[in-house]
Structure formats: structure tokens, C-alpha cells
Design a protein around this ligand. Sequence first.
Ligand code: ZN
Ligand code: ZN
Length: 84
Amino acid sequence: MPCDIRSGPGDIFTVSCSRDPRPQRCRWCAKQSSGFCDFRETKDNSTAGNPSATCDAPFCLRHGQRIAPNMDYCQEHRIDGARP
Ligand SMILES: [Zn+2]
Ligand SMILES: [Zn+2]
């Protein structure tokens, strides 16, 4: 897939390539992440005032746990207690 070159307003051109420029990696290993943690942070003061804040830690298939459709927990928040 070649890069997509679009002409913007004036003389501005934007180039967007199909490759993700910053692939997220698992927080616990070097694998590419397969998802982000949906655990809802409640006790962290840094997220106070933002009730919808989630952990968002990137994890691979091995270091995450699917607990429901479109709901995954990272290695830290998984509920089965498993460790790699
Ligand atoms: Zn991993
Ligand atoms: Zn998490």
C-alpha cells in the first residue's frame, strides 16, 4: 500500500501511509499489543474528576484477559489471577 498524498488548503500537502507510525507494544513484553485495558480506575487520585478514565494499558494476547465482548483487562487487572 503506497503512501496517500493529499493536497490541503494552499500549498500544504499531507502524506499518510498505511503503516501505523507508532505501534503500541505490550506493557509486559515486546509483543505488539492486541488491545487496551478497560479496567475502570477509581482509586487513583490522578483520574479524579474523570469518572470514565480507564487503565488503557496496552497488552498482548498473553498478558490480557477477555472478560466480556469489547471488554478486556490487562495483566495487572485480570480477574483470574493468572501470571505468565
Ligand atoms: Zn505481553
Ligand atoms: Zn489495566
